[in-house]
Each structure stands twice: as C-alpha cells, then as structure tokens.
Write a protein that binds this ligand. Structure first.
Ligand code: FAD
Length: 558
C-alpha cells in the first residue's frame, strides 16, 4: 500500500503517523509545499510575543526525525499542483522540477490560506500574515528592528493573539475589525469584556469599521479606515480569516462547497481513493448541521488519525465526529472560550432555545483569589439539550468550557449538568460548581420555577412593566435603571404591598447584580401572585449588553 499525503502539518502528519503505527509495510510519502513539517502553528503568536524564545521549539518534528521514528518519506518544498484520480497520480513541483507520483490512497490535508482582502496597498511589504514559521520570524524581526506601531486587521482568534503578542513586545497596537465587536463568534455581552481587557493592555480597538486602503506615509504605512481615520503602521498583520487551500484539487474534480472539500463520515472525497481532512474540508456542524469548514487543530489532528484507520482498517474505523468548534484564546489576564453554536447560528438554523447567563466564582468565594466566570449557556427550548456555551474570566474558564463540550458530545441536557460529579476543594471549585449551577438554573427555567427576561429587551420592559431592583441601596448608588423601584430582596416579603401599589397591575421585572437575588425575589413575587421575571445575568450582563449606552442610561448616586 502506497499512501501519499499532501500537507505535512496537523491533519496530514497525524494521518501519516497513525498509518505507520497501523502498517509497518506501507510506503508513506508526505508532500509539503513549505520548508517545514509538523511545526507548531498554534505556537507562532507566542514566539512573536517573546514568550517562546527559541524558534527551534516551533519545529516539533523534522523530515529526519520523522524518518527515524516512523520511517516516513517526508518531502518538503514539494507543491502538489495536480491530481489525476483515474490514473492515481499527483503532479508535484519539486526543487528538481515537475514530477508525477503515483499512489494507492491519497490524503489531502492542504489546510487553509489567509484571505487577502482586495484593498489598495495590501501588497505592501509591511503586511504579513501569521501562518508559517517564516511569518513569525519576519514579524519578530520587525519587532527587533524597532517597529513602534502595528495594525492588526481582523479580531478573530489569531488576530487577538497577534495583537496581544505585539503589545507584549511594547508596540502601539490597533485592531481593526469590520464586525461590530472583537471575536465575532463570541456573544456581544462577553466580547465587551474582552474589548475592555484589550483597552487595559493599551490596544486600540476599532470595531465596526473597514480598512479601505494601505498607503505609504513617512517611510512607513498608514492604514486608512472607512471613517476617514488613518492609523500609522510599521507592521500590519493580516488576519481577516482563512479559506480552504483547495484550488488544485477542486480543479481536478474533488467536489467542494465554497472551496471546502466535501467528505463523508470517513473523510472520503467524491473521488475514488482520495480522502481529505482538516481546514480544507467542510464539516457538518454538530448542533446546527450547517456545512462549513472548521479551522481548528484538534478536529484536524483527530480526523487525520481516523482517516488512516479508514484506509488501513476500514472495518474498525470510527466515523469522524461532527465538530463542536470548541475554541479558546488568552487575552491579557482573560480567557475567552466557546463550544457549540452561538445565538446567531441558532437563529440562522431556526432552532428554539433559551439563553442562561451566570457569573459564578471559579472557586469558593471565601478562598483567596476568587474571581467570576461570565458564562453563557444556550439550551434547546423544548427539552434542554445543550446547544452551546461560552465563557470569559481570569481563571477556570478552560475547565468549564471543556466540561460543557464533553457534556455536549455526550448528548447531555442542561438538567444532566446538575448531576455531574465534579472535583471540588476550595482552591479549585465550588461544592456547586459553575457547571452544576448552570444545570440548576436551566432546570428551573425549563420547569418554570424561574422565568427570565433579557437585557436586550430593556426598552420594552421599561415601558410596559414595573422594574424592581433587588440590590442594596449601596449597590444601587453605583448605577441604576431610572424609574426602577429599589427594594432589597431581604425586605421584599415585608414590602409586597409597596410593589403591588407601584406595579398598578403591570408585570414586575426584577434585577440584581448577577441574577441570584433577583431569582429569589422572583420566587417571592410569583408565589404572592405577581407576573414576575428575573433579569438573566443581572446588571453585569445588562451593562455588558448595553456597552457604551450603559454610561448614558444608568443613574449613578441616585
Ligand atoms: P495545516 O496544519 O495548515 O497544514 C497544511 C499544510 O499543507 C501546510 O503546511 C501547507 O503548506 C501544506 N500545503 C497546502 N497545499 C499544499 C499543496 N498543494 N502541496 C503540498 N503542500 C501543501 N487551532 C486551534 O485549535 N488552537 C489554536 O490555538 C490555534 N492557533 C493557531 C495559531 C495560528 C497562528 C495559526 C496559523 C493557526 C492556529 N490554529 C489553531 C489553527 C490550526 O493550526 C489549524 O486548524 C490546523 O493546523 C489545520 O490543520 P490542517 O492539517 O488542515 O492544515
């Protein structure tokens, strides 16, 4: 069996290594266009930022080490430009000229290319992507050559990592993002927290505006924005997204959707004897069933392994699971992570869902260092099936999102989260872990013990209901919604007549700081016969949802 693999990094090399472990007799050839194989693309930003000091650390393997350990025939600077699936050959540009190479099984793992927007000046030598070791070396060289100002185009995961890295190196960094907020897949009420952290790092965020041109100015560049402003730049990092690198294979007849190769559950493409994995393939979303590429290392690595199984032991090969898109990023002292679908994806898929907002501490509140995790969980309205979760915080975010991703992979509902037996001692968690708490809130909502209202409905709520602020007077003085009646939840039972008089038959909508005390107040009110609901996530979520509007709206010191 001769297996030829195109692309020698995440998906391709996982496939090659697994294939060797399954079959000592197979001939395994890996063709890689670039200088390096098995390099740590996810580590590149940390080299740019100076946390990884040795560029050699980014080269996880070399052709020689792969030959020694796994007897792989790894050929760098071999660019596959054509495929003839009938003759079972690929055409390769090699350092010695064009050659043909035959195969029994072909695995395409070409990954993705950076999207290059068609704006004037984008070909400036100061513009770099951050995809290869050479890109990282060039950016680091720019830093060491004295660059002062950097502009990062695109505030996705890689854009934020690049921005953080350059700020860490002391550059003035501006991020330009066309979408209304940074990390577009993150819900806006969480992205607000990330934007504040970027500001604390000294990074200037220009969201909701396009870069329209890059022009030379004073021996460097100016990035021109659609609002007319000009941002000086010694370095420009282009990270506005990626696109499957599949032109040669699509031209050869591999069926694609918007450039992403279509594969079945075992990674088989439309062409006999040709498999594909990784960023270059289309996946079916585990929650919404939308078909789109998922550019993440974990799914690419695991799919590579499963495709080797499908080729060499098809009878035992497990299907490639639909990815949840679980992802995480560090921004300064914050971590942002998400899994599954966000509300925009759920809306697009026409799914009915309930959103839960929680702000629990990551560990026991009495133990030093307790900080809040800002958690958003979406569950299917009819049965509580977990559909997505996102979190931002300084500690413990990774653990909670990974538990929730595991729960989603297991097909659990929000109520099942209550029963998860998670490890606990005060430095690590809470006896009711944030994940358990999400389950409890979700169960209460599903069985109507708790009814929620949402910050985005504030204007309608103010017009049609009595707003009841269940916080203490001291908290209210830090900022309150004008017109809200303040009765601390501890006094509510004795002051129900006051609520009844103020409501005048209108529904009552309760709020507190995070949604815990307003839930208690809601229970008191409901059992006293009021039409009541509690603000999901409380003032913390409301402030984050309102963003800049909060300052103008909230009355301070009233
Ligand atoms: P790649 O790993 O990109 O490998 C594709 C290889 O194929 C490339 O080396 C390319 O040169 C080669 N190739 C392409 N076409 C041809 C051809 N025609 N002939 C020969 N060779 C070809 N993901 C995460 O989950 N977490 C992270 O923290 C994270 N951080 C990242 C940071 C950066 C800076 C980057 C760039 C990516 C990051 N990713 C991260 C994404 C992750 O690296 C990718 O999802 C993953 O590498 C995809 O694997 P792949 O095998 O599909 O493609």
């Amino acid at each position: 069996m001769k297996i030829v693999i195109v692309g020698g990094v995440a998906g391709g090399m996982s496939c090659a290594a697994r294939a060797r472990r399954l079959d000592e007799a197979a001939e395994i050839v890996v063709l890689e266009r670039g200088e390096h194989v098995s390099f740590a693309n996810c580590g590149l930003p940390y080299y740019v930022g100076g946390e990884i000091t040795d560029p050699g650390a980014l080269l996880v393997q070399t052709p020689a080490s792969l030959r020694a350990a796994l007897d792989l025939d790894v050929r760098t600077r071999h660019d596959v430009t054509g495929l003839d699936a009938d003759r079972k050959v690929v055409t390769v540009n090699t350092p010695d000229g064009v050659a043909e190479l035959d195969y029994d099984a072909l695995v395409l793992a070409p990954g993705a290319r950076a999207v290059v927007p068609p704006i004037p000046g984008i070909d400036s030598p100061r513009v770099r992507t951050l995809r290869t070791v050479d890109d990282a070396l060039a950016l680091r060289d720019g830093v060491e050559a004295g660059a002062r100002d950097a502009v990062v185009l695109g505030a996705g995961f890689i854009g934020l990592e690049a921005a953080e890295a350059l700020a860490h190196q002391g550059l003035n960094v501006t991020i330009v993002e066309l979408a209304p907020h940074v990390l577009p897949p993150l819900e806006s009420e969480l992205a607000t927290l990330v934007t504040a952290e970027l500001a604390a790092l000294g990074i200037d965020v220009r969201a909701g505006v396009a870069a329209t041109a890059i022009e030379p100015e004073g021996g460097r560049d100016a990035v021109v924005l659609a609002d007319g402003s000009r941002v000086p730049a010694d370095l420009i990092v282009l990270s506005v997204g990626v696109r499957p690198d599949t032109a040669a294979f699509e031209a050869a007849g591999v069926a694609c959707e918007r450039g992403a190769m279509l594969v079945d559950a075992h990674g088989r493409t439309s062409l006999e004897g040709v498999w594909a994995v990784g960023d270059a393939t289309a996946s079916v979303d585990a929650v919404t069933e939308a078909v789109r590429p998922v550019a993440l290392a974990g799914p690419a690595n695991r799919a590579g392994r499963l495709v080797a199984d499908a080729i060499l032991r098809p009878e035992q090969a497990r299907p490639i699971p639909a990815p949840l898109g679980t992802a995480i990023v560090r921004v300064g002292s914050l971590t942002a992570a998400l899994t599954g679908a966000n509300r925009a994806a759920l809306d697009a898929a026409g799914l009915e869902y309930v959103t839960l907002h929680l702000h629990p501490n990551q560990h026991a509140g009495y133990y030093p260092g307790a900080t809040q995790i800002h958690l958003v969980v979406d569950v299917r309205a009819q049965d509580g099936l977990l559909l997505g979760a996102q979190a931002v915080g300084t500690d413990g975010v990774d653990k909670r999102i990974d538990v929730l991703a595991t729960a989603m992979r297991g097909g659990l509902s929000v109520t099942d989260l209550i029963d998860l037996d998670l490890s606990y001692s005060p430095p690590y968690g809470q006896a009711k872990d944030p994940v358990n708490l999400a389950g409890m809130v979700g169960e209460n909502v599903l069985n109507q013990t708790l009814r929620l209202w949402y910050a985005e409905d504030l204007d309608a709520v103010r017009e049609e209901t009595l707003l009841l602020d269940a916080r203490s007077a001291t908290e209210v003085a830090t900022g309150a919604i004008p017109g809200a009646l303040n009765i601390p939840h501890t006094q509510l039972r004795e002051r129900l007549d006051e609520v009844r008089a103020a409501a005048g038959g209108r529904p009552v909508r309760v709020l507190c700081a995070s949604g815990v005390r307003s839930a208690i107040a809601h229970r008191v009110l409901t059992q006293a016969g009021f039409d009541s609901a509690s603000l999901s996530g409380g003032m913390l979520t409301l402030r984050a949802t309102l963003g800049d509007r909060a300052t103008a709206l909230l009355a301070v010191g009233a």
